[in-house]
Design a protein around this ligand. Structure first.
Ligand code: OGA
Ligand code: MN
Length: 208
């Protein structure tokens, strides 16, 4: 299969990810591929297929609202065949991460997200106490024309705190266990794709 990016390009990005725990890549996807993801999300949103993101259920709902207010749609390679090229890219990236970061990534999981006006996601790590196999986080912003003052920046907590604007076709990759982050309150509808490359320790299938 044809690669979307050269090995040299991947190596440069992955070097930065290794050194800094995070890398931001602007104008990441070819335009048609970005548009396909954006159209797919808008369509699912219009059809009311996005669900309130959950951290738990039942009586915890109130607390969840205070932590995160986004709506998500989990995409699946076998079902969502119109996203074939995107999943091709994910396989390409996974191969490169395994090769250049010496990771043993096997699985992946991705969702599309809509943060309505006024919503946010409080500071967190992308690993759960009960499950810690998320290794690398990937985000691609699907906003048409984000502007200063629209809010919804990704705030990253490293030695220095950093704000990353959710600009059209900007990609952010970071180490899921090492980079605390939050989504600041958004003042416009905010669209993104977020997902994780998973490490599958031997035996996890047996345990779960
Ligand atoms: C998440 C998350 C950040 C963003 O979904 O876990 O932190 O910028 N998203 O959308
Ligand atoms: Mn997160």
């Amino acid at each position: 299969m044809n690669q979307l990016f050269t090995d040299e390009q991947w190596l440069a990005w992955i070097d930065e990810l290794s050194d800094n725990d995070i890398v931001t890549i602007d104008n990441f996807l070819p335009t048609e591929l970005w548009q396909t993801l954006r159209d797919f999300l808008v369509q699912k949103d219009n059809e009311n297929d996005l669900k309130k993101a959950a951290l738990g259920t039942g009586g915890n709902k109130q607390i969840i609202e205070e932590i995160r207010g986004d709506y998500t749609f989990w995409i699946e390679e076998t079902r969502d065949t119109e996203l074939e090229r995107f999943f091709g890219l994910i396989h390409e990236l996974k191969t490169m991460l395994n090769r250049y970061c010496y990771l043993s990534l096997s699985g992946h999981e991705f969702h599309l997200a809509h943060y309505p006006v006024g919503s946010f996601y409080k500071r967190h790590l992308d690993q759960f106490n009960f499950r810690s196999n998320r290794m690398i986080t990937l985000i691609i912003y699907l906003n048409e024309d984000w502007k200063e003052g629209n809010g919804g920046e990704l705030k990253v907590y490293q030695e220095n705190e950093k704000l990353i604007a959710p600009l059209k076709n900007r990609c952010v990759l970071f180490k899921s266990a090492d980079v605390p982050h939050e989504v600041l309150k958004t003042h416009t509808s905010r669209y993104s794709l977020t997902g994780w490359f998973l490490y599958q320790p031997p035996g996890i299938g047996f345990l779960s």
